[in-house]
Design a protein around this ligand. Structure first.
Ligand code: GLN
Length: 443
């Protein structure tokens, strides 16, 4: 951006692009009618905030005053937010601009973007394919050049998966690093708000603004100031994690990226195993079902319009019915407790891993983005298995990022593939620093 360019002009450019292309992409559910006015206000400022003039799209499960937090659901279709989530308040205070609300899987429940009540989002980096989910619009909007950055939420992979499929950066901060006040829960013990963008530095800039302990979300923790560290000259040790069943074409991209890391950055590499990681998916879902069931009891049709069970899509209904079953008094919480036990084991395993390695790397997803509509024909097990490499870090509460690693060629298509980097709880600054070095290798 030239120094003199007005933010208003930049926003106009984004709006006309959205107008021309979003019919096909379906990234936005609503545009902010005041965005030009807000841009002009920012343009008139003498003292510029840290996010001056950066234009954000926001996942529709985060409250932005006056815009709809529909969660891409019929239930909340007409719910207009009456307040700003903490992350939004902080972004606005630093002169960031919200251009609109983004599509996603209904209540962030999904891995493909196909579960939105308002239609799937198209992957502009691989047209005709899913963007990945649940933050489908958040990745698509950045990839399509509709905004500078976006906010998403990640409970089991919902930022990293679409980032990987769309060839952008996606960061899931450590649990407790960023306030969830104003985020509509999928699963409160796993959800984190995070950022998607075109490069690591932009994302780090945003995270340095939105992170921090806050009384309104008692799960937030004081991890110290979140600041990207410099790994330019440091020699570190990375653990390479493999998952049986990963598409060999994806693994090939990751292996050649790791080779490049060794050759060009001179970092040490070792193989690592995380015990019980194969239980992650079956541990994750009962936790999500139970917490989601409990969280949705307020959507009973009295305050927000339609009762959730009456109008929700199949996946949301499955979670509500499943969660209600698991939570039955006669089971005395045994399934939930068992899942918590394994969650703890996986967490301890990662702690052990980070004693030996500075970070752990792996593919983001074991499968390539499928063609839109194909999800209908897949089994639930197949769909849930797509989270196998991402949900472990949510269970462990650690931070993780997806960085574009390369492409898989399928006929004439070039499908983006991301490499996942994971660091310990509260080590978000280190994660970003490592990611920036990897990002700088080749794109
Ligand atoms: N695919 C996972 C699920 O459906 C992850 C969702 C998310 O991270 N919000 O629950």
């Amino acid at each position: 951006m030239g120094k003199e360019e007005l933010i208003e002009e930049k926003v106009k450019g984004y709006l006309s692009r959205i107008k021309a292309e979003d019919k096909k992409v379906n990234a936005f559910l609503e545009l902010n009618g005041d965005v030009l006015k807000e841009a002009r206000k920012v343009d008139s400022k003498k003292k510029k905030g840290k996010l001056f003039g950066l234009v954000f799209g926001v996942k529709s499960n985060i409250n932005v005053l006056g815009l709809k937090a529909s969660c891409a659901s019929e239930t909340l279709k007409d719910y207009k937010s009456t307040y700003d989530a903490t992350v939004i308040k902080k972004i606005k205070e630093e002169d960031g601009i919200i251009i609109g609300m983004l599509n996603c899987d209904e209540f962030a429940s999904g891995v493909s973007g196909e579960n939105s009540a308002f239609g799937a989002t198209d992957n502009s980096a691989a047209p005709g394919r899913i963007t990945g989910g649940s933050s489908s619009g958040s990745a698509a909007a950045v990839a399509a050049g509709f905004c500078d950055l976006s906010l998403g939420s990640d409970t089991g992979g919902s930022i990293r998966t679409p980032a990987s499929h769309c060839g952008v950066i996606g960061v899931k901060p450590s649990y407790g690093a960023v306030s969830r006040y104003g985020l509509i829960d999928l699963s409160m013990s796993l959800d984190q708000i995070g950022v998607l963008g075109k490069n690591v530095e932009d994302c780090a800039n945003v995270l340095s603004v939105i992170a921090g302990k806050e009384d309104r979300d008692t799960s937030t923790r004081d991890f110290g100031k979140l600041k990207m560290e410099n790994y330019g000259k440091k020699k570190i040790k990375i653990g390479v994690l493999r998952l049986r069943g990963t598409d060999s074409k994806i693994q090939k991209v990751i292996d050649s990226k790791v080779k490049e890391i060794v050759e060009k950055l001179g970092w040490n590499v070792g193989e690592i195993e995380i015990e019980n990681i194969e239980l992650a998916v079956e541990t994750y879902y009962p936790l999500v079902y139970v917490e989601f069931f409990s969280g949705t009891r307020r959507f009973d049709g009295r305050k927000y319009g339609k009762k959730i069970e009456d109008v929700s899509g199949k996946e949301v209904l499955r979670r509500i019915l499943g969660g209600s079953e698991i939570s039955k008094a006669e089971f005395a919480g045994q399934y939930y407790r068992k899942a918590l036990g394994v969650k703890n084991l996986i967490s301890l395993e990662f702690e052990k891993a980070f004693k030996k390695f500075d970070c752990v790397v792996s593919p983001v997803t074991p499968v390539l983005p499928w063609k839109i509509g194909q999800g209908e024909k897949m089994s639930l097990e197949e769909i849930y298995a797509a989270d196998a490499l991402t949900c472990p870090s949510n269970l462990a509460g650690i931070c993780a990022i997806s960085v574009p690693a390369g492409f898989v060629k399928e006929g004439k298509e070039e499908i983006p593939v991301g490499i996942q980097v994971m660091c310990g709880k509260g080590e978000d600054g280190k994660l970003l620093g490592i990611a920036r070095e990897i990002e700088g290798l080749s794109r």
